[in-house]
Design a protein around this ligand. Structure first.
Ligand SMILES: [Zn+2]
Length: 188
């Protein structure tokens, strides 16, 4: 139902503009290409009631490992992490009622499995994998003010610092969310 509602809005120029803002490389004050365990990045673009999110994290922060899953426990952890991003918005907009209208999750953990299939086990050491999550939220009123990263940071203990950058109708900015400080303010 919600997906249908959103797809009717897709042709609007506004959404297309948001997508181009978050196109890889187009904007990324926070997009440290460095893969640093404990750190993750989030780019946010808002336009009126729509929020586009681009989240990138080393897999170890989310599942505790980066090699191809080797047992059922690891397979479950991977499945659970993907399911969480499929069902939960990465951020909550404080004082807004928002629906997760799209979530696309890419993880390179299982890709490691395929590309390194023929290698010896110990060659997995030193390989790194990531999660990249792209979400669209659609809110009941225009998005301004505070956002909360509590849902994400409480779900995934491995994220010690989340570097956040945003582009809104009134400008751009950024900040860092940690377990001690999970609220950021996007401004008016
Ligand atoms: Zn790594």
């Amino acid at each position: 139902m919600l997906k249908l509602l959103y797809s009717l809005r897709l042709p609007s120029l506004g959404v297309l503009t948001l997508s181009s803002v978050l196109a890889p490389g187009a904007y990324s004050a926070s997009a440290l290409d460095a893969h640093e365990h404990g750190h993750a990045t989030l780019d946010i673009a808002t336009e009126n009631q729509t929020v586009e999110l681009y989240f990138k994290s080393p897999a170890v922060n989310l599942v505790g490992f980066e090699h191809a899953p080797e047992n059922n426990d690891e397979r479950d952890q991977l499945k659970n992490a993907v399911a969480w991003f499929d069902q939960h918005p990465i951020i909550d907009i404080v004082n807004r009622n928002c629906e997760l209208s799209r979530s696309s999750i890419e993880e390179t953990v299982t890709q490691e499995a395929e590309s390194h299939h023929h290698h010896e086990h110990d060659e997995h050491e030193g390989t790194h994998s990531e999660f990249i999550v792209n979400q669209t939220l659609y809110c009941d009123t225009n998005v301004t003010g505070e956002i909360s990263t509590a849902g994400l940071l409480k779900q995934f203990n491995g994220i010690e610092e989340l570097d956040v950058s945003w582009v809104t109708g009134s400008g751009q900015g950024g900040g860092e969310a940690t377990r001690e400080s999970m609220i950021l303010n996007l401004g008016d």
